[in-house]
Design a protein around this ligand. Structure first.
Ligand SMILES: [Zn+2]
Length: 164
């Protein structure tokens, strides 16, 4: 059974930038880095876990959603991004991944709130993607970009409204 999956705009951007050749170029670098670096913690620090829980409660991402939170290394060459949201809305499953190095400060907290905000829009995202699947390829690309831009701005507004 093929689960339909959606990722936040951040990750889509990364995927667009990384064509197959670039990925091949990056892989040896990643392996080298992994060999040199000590094993890193996958479990999120308590402040992230607590903030995900309180943000869910604030914005109404109910207990029906199963949200797994973990820590990962930032994508190669893109240290500015702080997190990713990968969802399977028809099963109410979301994976939030935050990059090692995220700090418990105003910016770090905005990153966490932002990614939880994507989950709030997960079911809308699912419906829009189903509709876009019925549109011809050329129009789909334009409409997808427009929709993704609006989603990012909506999530930003939400984040600013509830950030401490
Ligand atoms: Zn985003």
């Amino acid at each position: 059974m093929a689960a339909w999956r959606v990722r936040s705009n951040h990750l889509r951007l990364i995927m667009r930038l990384c064509d197959a050749d670039m990925l091949h170029l990056h892989l040896p670098c990643m392996e080298t880095l992994e060999e040199q670096m000590p094993e890193k913690e996958l479990t999120p620090p308590l402040w992230i876990a607590d903030l995900v829980t309180s943000t869910r409660s604030s914005i109404g991402v109910g207990s029906g959603w199963r949200i797994n939170v973990s820590m990962i290394d930032p994508p190669p060459g893109d240290p500015l991004l702080g997190g990713e949201c990968d969802m399977t809305p028809e099963y109410l499953d979301a994976e939030l991944r935050f990059y090692h190095g995220i700090k418990d400060d105003a910016e770090g907290r905005r990153i966490v709130i932002h990614e939880v905000g994507h989950v709030l829009l997960g079911e809308i995202e699912w419906i829009v993607s189903c509709i876009l699947g019925r549109v011809n390829k050329a129009e789909r690309k334009i409409l997808r970009q427009l929709y993704d831009d609006v989603v990012e701005r909506t999530v930003q507004r939400l984040t600013r409204a509830i950030s401490p």
